[in-house]
Design a protein around this ligand. Structure first.
Ligand code: ADP
Ligand code: MG
Length: 232
C-alpha cells in the first residue's frame, strides 16, 4: 500500500553563512502492506515524527520516493498533498488536538461538516462511530470533561469519520496511563480487524510496538525491521 524508497532528509540549522545540515533520515526503504498495523519505534530525536510528516506530505523530503497505492505522493505540491490527505489519511496525536469549544460529538462531526455532508448523514455516521468507540454516554461532554483515554477515543473517532484507508498515529498513547493505553490499543486493533484500516503508529513504547503486525526500528537515521508480531 505504501512504499518508501531511499528516503533522505536533513534539517538545516544555524544562522546564514554558518549553516549546518543535520541528516535525520538516511536512505530509508520500507513498505507498509494494506491492512497492517505497522509501528515505528526509536528513541526520542531519532527522526520518527519527521518520517511521519514526510509520509503524510506535510514535509518534502530532500530526495526519495513515496508511493501510495501506486501514486507517487512525494511529487505533490501543497494543494495536491492537502487533497490527498483529506481523502486517504486520518491522524491521531499524542495530545489529542480536540477543539475545546466543541463537545465530543461535534469534534467527531467536524470533518464531515467541512466536507459538506448533510446533517442527517452526519448524525447517523457520528452516532454509529461513538457507539463503536464506546463514547455514546459522554458524547455531549466537552474535552475538559473527559478523561485522557476518552479524549483519545474521540480523536480516533474523528480520524475515522471520513473513512480513510490509512491512519497515522504519533505517540497515540504517550499521554495515557498504562491501563488506558491498553484500552486505546485494543480499540486500534479492533478497528484494524473490523474495518481493515491500515495503521502506522510512531512510538517509543514497547507495549505499543507489541500490538503491531510489523515493527520497524529507527536508529541513527536508518530503519531496520524488528520482526513480525501477531502474524496471522
Ligand atoms: P522523534 O519524533 O523520533 O523524537 P523528530 O523527528 O522529532 O524525532 O526529530 C529528529 C531530529 O530532527 C531531532 O534531532 C530534531 O531536533 C531534529 N528536527 C526536527 N524537526 C526539525 C526542524 N524543523 N528543524 C531543525 N531540526 C529539526
Ligand atoms: Mg516525535
Amino acid at each position: 500500500m505504501i512504499s518508501i524508497i531511499d528516503l533522505n532528509h536533513s534539517f538545516k540549522i544555524g544562522k546564514k553563512g554558518n549553516e549546518k545540515f543535520i541528516p535525520v533520515l538516511k536512505g530509508l526503504t520500507f513498505e507498509v502492506a494494506d491492512g497492517e498495523i505497522v509501528s515505528i519505534v526509536g528513541k526520542s530525536g531519532s527522526g520518527k515524527s519527521t518520517l511521519l510528516h514526510i509520509m503524510a506530505g506535510f514535509l518534502t523530503p530532500d530526495n526519495g520516493v513515496i508511493q501510495v497505492n501506486g501514486i507517487e505522493t512525494s511529487q505533490f505540491n501543497e494543494a495536491e498533498s492537502a487533497e490527498f490527505r483529506l481523502k486517504n489519511y486520518g491522524f491521531v496525536f499524542q495530545n489529542f488536538q480536540l477543539m475545546p469549544g466543541l463537545n465530543a460529538f461535534e469534534n467527531v462531526e467536524l470533518p464531515l461538516k467541512l466536507k459538506g455532508v448533510s446533517k442527517s448523514m452526519r448524525r447517523k455516521k457520528v452516532g454509529e462511530l461513538m457507539r463503536q468507540v464506546g463514547l455514546s454516554d459522554v458524547q455531549d461532554h466537552y474535552p475538559n470533561e473527559l478523561s485522557g483515554g476518552q479524549q483519545q477515543r474521540v480523536s480516533i473517532a474523528r480520524a475515522l469519520v471520513t473513512d480513510p484507508p490509512i491512519i497515522f498515529a504519533d505517540e497515540p498513547t504517550g499521554s495515557l496511563d498504562s491501563e488506558t493505553e491498553q484500552d486505546v490499543l485494543l480499540l486500534i486493533q479492533s478497528l484494524n480487524k473490523t474495518r481493515g484500516i491500515t495503521f502506522v503508529i510512531i512510538t517509543h513504547d514497547d507495549e505499543v510496538a507489541n500490538t503491531a503486525d510489523r515493527v520497524y526500528k529507527m536508529h541513527d537515521g536508518e530503519l531496520s525491521e524488528g520482526g513480525l508480531h501477531n502474524a496471522i
